[in-house]
Design a protein around this ligand. Structure first.
Ligand code: ADP
Length: 448
């Protein structure tokens, strides 16, 4: 237990030290000499203790002070206790900082702590990655010098942080970041940066979707309304005009009906995964139906249609969904290939996988469109697609169907040369039924 330095005890010590000296001095007749010698030795002894203390403070690494003697015992002990208290406080503080840093590293956002003059005090790993900061090189640098965007500088200087700031990332292209700033500690700021690119894209997709649906419905509605307004209730138009009007209105109504059906099927397949998603499907039979439909669709264009089908190759899945995936690709090839073109549809076993492909020698698709074809309503040539009755939803549906069947659509195309749309199903999806026969013998006849 640490004992506090006590004045009375010190006085008692001095008395105990000097009194005998004084008595001896009086006895031998030299009291002042003895008092002087006693004071001098006491001074030397104190200097020695001071030297030990300063040597320990400056030169020694030991946490414990040297053993104290006499009155210095309490001083050394006091220092020891102070050290101990400080060490405990330091550990607690280090613990607190570590916990804060661990917490800041665990959040999925970039965090930068700034002084009020915007110089960087600390940042987490994600900030280094997202904002391209360098540590420790950027310690003390001003953040508005490193994020070189006038909007960011303005936002930071006006000091109104109620609303978050959204900016394109100056460090990496096509990334939108959201900056939130909040007061931190007594005089610091904390900047939390979140990647909101995906959110922005979704918001844009939602807006586009509503705009597209309205637009797609408005066009046929305008046509139908136009005709209906033309006809007065009492007077029927001449039969020739009426026939044309009726055909056009019917066509437009069918168009709206097909659009609504496609939208419904899209929302259905985007919803929960179905329970009956792994029934055995007779794909060759399904393709035979599609071939018949393709034949009738192909009457005007007269393409050379070839179906190469492995008649033993069945898979597990949802029949209605797969039917639309297969037929979308086949019908698209017919629609987007000039009359007299060549279209080959194949359903084959390749390396223990079932591969479906549709190859045409149509116009092909420019590379910049290919990645966007599966977006809803995306059409390379809007006008042309509308004349084919297309809504731009076919490939979006196909993509979702395939995702639900653990597959994905591959598109290869060259402008002016043609396209190849394909997808495959893994071994686990195949229905094993005896030996698979070869393709050549089951090649369907060329349909013209
Ligand atoms: P749509 O109903 O307009 O056909 P899809 O989603 O089925 O919509 O196709 C999207 C777009 O992809 C089409 O508008 C067309 O521009 C393009 N496309 C699809 N298949 C082909 C193909 N075989 N050849 C060329 N372009 C194609």
């Amino acid at each position: 237990m640490y004992r506090v330095v006590n004045k009375q005890a010190l006085a008692k010590r001095l008395l105990i030290y000097f009194l005998p000296l004084l008595l001896i001095g009086v006895l031998i007749g030299a009291p002042f000499l003895l008092l002087f010698l006693g004071s001098f030795s006491l001074l030397v002894w104190h200097y020695h203790q001071l030297y030990r203390l300063s040597d320990w403070l400056l030169n020694q690494r030991s946490f414990n002070p040297p053993e104290g003697e006499g009155a210095w015992e309490q001083v050394f002990e006091g220092i020891y206790h102070l050290q101990h208290r400080n060490r405990k406080k330091r550990n607690e503080l280090a613990d607190l900082i570590r916990r804060f840093r661990d917490g800041a590293e665990a959040v999925p956002d970039a965090v930068v702590v700034l002084q009020r003059d915007l110089s960087i005090v600390w940042c987490n790993q994600l900030a280094l990655k997202i904002l391209g900061l360098q540590w420790p090189a950027d310690h003390g640098q001003r953040l508005d010098n490193l994020i070189r965007d006038p909007k960011f500088a303005k936002y930071m200087h006006q000091e109104k942080f109620d609303e978050a700031l959204e900016l394109e990332n100056t460090h990496s292209v096509e990334q939108v970041l959201e900056y939130r700033v909040m007061p931190y500690a007594s005089s610091q700021l904390m900047v939390v940066v979140r990647d909101v690119t995906r959110l922005k894209q979704l918001e844009q997709m939602r807006k586009d979707f509503v705009a597209n649906v309205s637009h797609e419905l408005r066009t046929p509605l305008t046509v139908v309304t136009g005709y209906l307004e033309m006809f007065d209730g009492d007077m029927m138009p001449p039969p020739a005009i009426w026939n044309k009007a009726q055909n056009t209105m019917l066509e437009q109504c069918k168009r709206m009906d097909s659009l609504v059906n496609q939208l419904l099927s899209l929302s259905r397949i985007e919803g929960v995964r179905r329970q009956d998603n792994d029934k055995a499907i007779n794909v060759p039979q399904l393709l035979a139906y599609i071939r018949t439909e393709a034949q009738s669709l192909n009457q005007d264009k007269g393409h050379e249609l070839t179906f190469e089908v492995d008649t033993e190759l069945d898979i597990k899945g949802a029949e209605d969904e797969l039917r639309s995936a297969f037929s979308n690709l086949v019908f698209n090839a017919i629609h987007y290939t000039k009359p007299g073109g060549k279209i080959t549809v194949s359903w084959l076993r390749v390396d223990n996988q079932a591969v479906f492909s549709v190859v045409d020698n149509g116009d092909g698709i420019a590379p910049e469109h290919i990645n966007r074809l599966t977006e809803r309503f995306y059409r390379v040539d809007k006008a042309r697609s509308r004349t084919t009755g297309g809504s731009g939803l076919g490939l979006a549906i196909t993509k979702h169907v395939l995702t639900r069947h653990d597959s994905h659509l591959q598109i290869k195309s060259k402008l002016g040369e043609g396209s190849c749309f394909s997808f495959s199903f893994s071994k686990e999806k195949l229905v094993e039924s005896g030996n698979s026969k070869t393709l050549e013998s089951h090649k369907s006849a060329t349909i013209k």
